[in-house]
Design a protein around this ligand. Structure first.
Ligand SMILES: NC(=O)c1ccc[n+]([C@@H]2O[C@H](COP(=O)([O-])OP(=O)(O)OC[C@H]3O[C@@H](n4cnc5c(N)ncnc54)[C@H](OP(=O)(O)O)[C@@H]3O)[C@@H](O)[C@H]2O)c1
Length: 250
């Protein structure tokens, strides 16, 4: 521990599980005050208890603008500025073209695209000049997966937000980068793959396709997020950083 994020205020949406939880732990271990969100109060309470330190849970659905407002109101009551926003809340479901419903489209786009957009836009009044914004993309932003087109399209949109927002935020020296995990062992992934042995079988198969020979751990993505959030990445702007064992490069 180096206390690299001492006195920094960090927002992690979707901080109760998987990549968001691992990243919250890593920021908290480096001294940051972290505000996390999630829709389930129980999961939020459990995460706050597990991490300890300066972690505050604010229940909210990031696809709802009023909930995002509540998040920033809660932060403003304690802090005058935000140093880092990790817009990470997201998820998806499988549906091949031909079976896609309006509800499928709306639920995934609302969380993954609308949620990310307004999480960042509504942070702007509190964001410090020179702050770092990190958006969670996915290797699916640049590749095809059967039955996963809607989710993949949201992640391509997220990746392009980063390209454009570095121009909109240029005068404030706010850096915006996308982090794109490959197959990463989380509760969300297990649920997507049907849980239990079925999920394990799918993960084992996918691991055999990854140059690193295994799936990733959420802590590995967390380390890359902390790099992008830190001064060590002071000239890294608008990139998509893949944390995927090489999968997106082959
Ligand atoms: N795992 C992978 O293989 C993988 C690969 C590439 C990209 N990703 C991306 O990484 C991010 C995190 O995924 P994960 O695998 O860590 O998933 P996870 O274990 O399911 O965690 C998702 C987190 O986001 C929260 N969340 C979901 N929808 C939300 C919403 N509308 N509003 C607020 N919070 C919400 C969840 O809490 P609640 O359910 O309580 O709301 C939870 O805290 C997602 O954006 C995902 O698309 C994951």
């Amino acid at each position: 521990m180096t206390n690299k994020f001492d006195n920094k205020v960090v927002v992690v949406t979707g901080g109760t599980s998987g990549i968001g939880l691992a990243t919250t732990k890593a920021f908290a271990a480096e001294g940051a005050s972290v505000f996390i969100t999630g829709r389930r109060q129980e999961a939020l309470d459990a995460a706050v208890k597990q991490i300890g330190g300066r972690v505050t849970g604010v229940r909210g659905d990031m696809s709802r603008l009023a909930d995002i407002d509540r998040l920033y109101d809660a932060i403003q009551q304690k802090h005058s500025q935000i140093d880092v926003v990790f817009a990470n809340a997201g998820g998806g479901e499988m549906a091949p073209l031909g079976t896609i419903t309006e509800e499928h489209y709306q639920s995934i786009f609302d969380t993954n695209v609308k949620g990310v957009l307004f999480t960042v836009q509504k942070a702007l009044p509190l964001l410090k000049d020179g702050a770092s914004v990190i958006l969670t993309g996915s290797t699916t932003s640049i590749s095809g997966t059967p039955a996963f087109s809607v989710y993949s399209a949201t992640k391509a949109a997220v990746r392009n937000f980063a390209r454009n927002w570095i121009l909109d935020l240029k005068d404030r020296r706010i850096r915006v980068n996308a982090i794109s995990p490959g197959v990463t062992d989380t509760a969300g992934l297990d649920e997507l793959f049907g849980g239990g042995e079925q999920a394990q079988g799918t993960k084992d198969y996918l691991a055999s396709l990854i140059p690193a020979g295994r799936v990733g751990q959420p802590e590995e993505t967390a380390k890359a997020v902390l790099f992008l959030a830190s001064d060590e990445a002071s000239f890294v702007n608008g990139v998509e950083l893949f944390v995927d064992g090489g999968q997106a490069q082959i």
